[in-house]
Design a protein around this ligand. Structure first.
Ligand code: UGA
Length: 432
């Protein structure tokens, strides 16, 4: 099939490359010509393991190309996939201006029947809005499909090629069948729904995962007070198949470009139809507060006086294996430390440049490696569970810190790891 993907962000780029890997002819379109240039030259504008190799392979095979010319790319497509961004508006609602713009441009380029699928995460009713917009510009026939995406950053290629399920929201059986055929090589679990349910399903999935995280974080906070260990609690809970082990890792809360944005958007979607989503409001509030648990621990240790202290920060990305710092807990934690007069020494294996670009230098001392950041610090805060932090030589680390205070915001160390050390160790929801 000839597939055109509009938008080369995480979702668009990974999907486009993976459709090419399945043997289809894919054109990825982006307005940002500097991005197109990078992609044409074999580069990848985002950090995503395995993506560059897959892009090179499929480009060389003549199945994958990149362009800024939407009209031509849409003209030759059987299926057009919209995967542009839907950032938050100040009130939490999704900003649909990029979607609308793409719809109009697609309409202007229509030259015959096509399937038009929306992969961006969009509020219920958006596919209808897109269809109406297109219809107002062209009389060419088309079918709308809601095609929500469930990939995770850092394992996007794996998630796309081996998804748990594919969701297809359609009001045409024929178009649903074509889309099911396209995704059949990836999974047997294809869920076909009406368009509105597919749109809702995506938000409901992210909101539920965010709820699991905030739930376990609150259990962790109670564990700290009653002397229980949240990791053992979560482990024991997870063996119940109805609960499961996934997304019960306590820590400093969720971040990234999806959960914070999508939870806010769903609260707003509900509000727009006069429904107050109380549970999700609490999830968001708990998550916000959880970031400060690192600060609360530091303030307890230093009797409320962070000014003049040197604090090492390990990890800026919102999770490991990505350079993404959007809504990362590290942002607010570092800003708070700097505001409190602490001297922050920070290190992340790959997210430092992004952090500086998005949030400025902030008076932070950027370090070339993890041990340099720790050297001479009064305390070390681990904020992202990068493998290289987990594997650190704790004996050497202890000798470099001015005071062996370690705040493990991701519960990566076990009691036995610390047994022969003098670390004063704090984690989230565990006795030690
Ligand atoms: C998330 C979903 O997992 C994907 O299914 C979805 O497609 C994507 O959003 C999206 O809507 O595009 P992602 O944001 O890449 O994917 O990251 P996750 O791996 O889900 O992690 C999200 C955050 O939750 C991270 O900050 C992580 O540290 C945190 N987390 C996750 C926890 O604190 N505890 C856990 O047990 C799991």
């Amino acid at each position: 099939m000839n597939i055109t993907v509009i938008g080369t962000g995480y979702v668009g780029l990974v999907s486009g490359i993976c459709y090419a890997e399945l043997g289809h002819h894919v054109v990825c379109v982006d307005k940002d010509l500097s991005k197109v240039e990078i992609l044409r030259n074999g580069g990848i504008p985002i950090y995503e393991p395995g993506l560059q190799e897959l892009s090179a392979k499929n480009t060389a095979a003549g199945r994958l190309s990149f362009t800024g010319d939407l009209r031509q790319a849409v003209g030759q497509a059987d299926i057009v996939i919209i995967a542009v961004g839907t950032p938050s508006l100040p009130n939490g609602e999704a900003n649909l201006s990029y979607i609308d713009q793409a719809a109009v441009e697609i309409a202007q380029a229509m030259n015959g029947y096509k399937i038009i699928a929306v992969k961006s995460t969009v509020p219920v009713g958006t596919n209808e809005r897109v269809a109406n917009l297109i219809r107002s510009w062209t009389s060419e026939r088309f079918d709308s499909i809601s095609l929500p995406e469930f990939l995770r950053e850092g394992s996007a290629v794996q998630d796309t090629l081996h998804p748990d399920r594919i969701v297809i929201g359609a009001d045409s059986q024929e178009a649903a069948d074509t889309m099911a055929e396209l995704h059949k090589p990836l999974t047997d679990q294809i869920v076909v729904t009406d368009i509105r349910s597919a749109e809702m399903l995506k938000y409901a999935s992210n909101a539920f995962l965010a709820t699991k995280i905030s739930f376990i974080n609150e259990i962790a906070n109670i564990c700290e007070k009653v002397g229980a260990d949240v990791t053992r609690v979560a482990e024991g809970m997870g063996y119940d198949k109805r609960i499961g082990h996934a997304f019960l890792k306590a820590g400093i809360g969720y971040g990234g470009s999806c959960f914070p944005k999508d939870t806010r958007a769903l609260i707003q979607i509900a509000g727009n139809v006069d429904y107050e989503f109380k549970l999700l409001r609490a999830v968001v509030e708990v998550n916000q507060d959880q970031r400060m648990s690192v600060i609360r621990k530091l303030e307890t240790i230093f009797d409320g006086e962070l000014s003049g202290k040197t604090i090492a920060v390990w990890g800026l990305a919102f999770k490991p294996n990505t350079d993404d710092v959007r809504e990362s807990p590290a942002v607010e934690i570092i800003q708070y430390l700097v505001r409190s007069g602490a001297r922050v020494k920070a290190y992340d294996p790959i997210a430092m440049q992004n952090f500086k670009t998005m949030h400025g230098d902030n008076g932070v001392m950027w370090c070339d490696d993890a041990l340099e950041a720790a050297t001479g610090a009064d305390a070390l805060c681990l904020l992202t569970e990068w493998e290289e932090f987990v594997r650190v030589d704790l004996g050497q680390l202890q000798s470099l810190l001015r005071k062996p205070i370690l705040i493990d915001g991701r519960n990566v160390f076990k009691e036995e790891d610390l047994a022969d050390t003098a670390f004063i160790y704090f984690s989230i929801g565990r006795p030690r």
